[in-house]
Design a protein around this ligand. Sequence first.
Ligand code: COI
Length: 358
Amino acid sequence: MLDIKITKTTAPKAKPTDETKLGFGKISSDHMFLMDYSVEQGWHDPRIVPYAPFQLDPACVVFHYAQELFEGLKAYRTADNKIQLFRPDCNGQRFADSSERMCIPTIPVEDFVQACKALVEVEKDWVPHTDGSSLYIRPFVIATDVGMGVHASHNYTFCIICFPSGAYYAEGINPVRIYVEDEYIRAAPGLTGYAKCGGNYAASLKAGEKAAQLGFAQVLWLDGIEKKYVEEVGAMNIMFKIAGKVYTAACTGTVLPGVTRRSIIEVLRDWGYEVIEGKLSIEDIMKAGKDGTLEEVFGTGTAAVISPVKELDWKGDKVFINDGKIGDVTQKLYDTLTGIQWGKIEDTKGWIVPVCEG
Ligand code: COI
């Protein structure tokens, strides 16, 4: 259990007046959580302080060798004015798993969750009220050793910041066009695909820019070896409903183990759908698109929750999905998951973690 010292700001910022114009991750709240690591003291000095810029030596390891990680989760305000989180322990566990991969000392899951809850409680007035909006929580850790040697740092800072946010994509839940990327790759066996490290995202930008220039919302990533099997879409997991069954890439090292992904798989199985986690070739998907069995395609992630796909383009070949409309199962999944998150649907799964009264 962390002994968190809280220092409140003496100059709170004005809260956004128009919650329909929040955007995503644009406006930070008043405070942040900090905790430091040194070899001698381990993780120490957990504290909540006024939000402020960091002062860091330009030679810090994080700036040069990208030893860092992040997470993303949300705090929701319910209709009866309670503030709650969705499966923060899953984010804590993924943070620990990512830490292990990046040679960063792990933070116990219960400390990670406690830190998120403590900060959200201090920032509860920043949790927006408008339907579909939430407080996006961004925990991250950076390597702070100073020097040019390539090595795992001996010093780190763990930080959590928050942003009142609306929809992640400007399109909201409108179906998007996707470019199947056959030049660049996101991950390969043995690399860091399953870790939520910034480097994965930096490496993905080039393909995203290319797709945008061609008029697509995002890229569909294929496996890094054969460029044959589908893995992720943009920064989300992806699912394909083909002839009544739902397919998604297995989490075997190259795919981010999404919290929304695993929640949706559970819900689908509860509803009686067969969900297959495994290899699904882009060729089979295109074939299904042509013979009419590709029923629904959607990305899943914390930020956007669900992002339906209406078109896939692979080397100039195109398939169109569900006449450009959001599929029934996609819509029902979106309604169910967001219903649980915002407290409109009873949480029978123990996924909701209450924080405080709003
Ligand atoms: C998410 O869907 O939560 C993501 O990982 C996207 C994030 C990088 C903004």
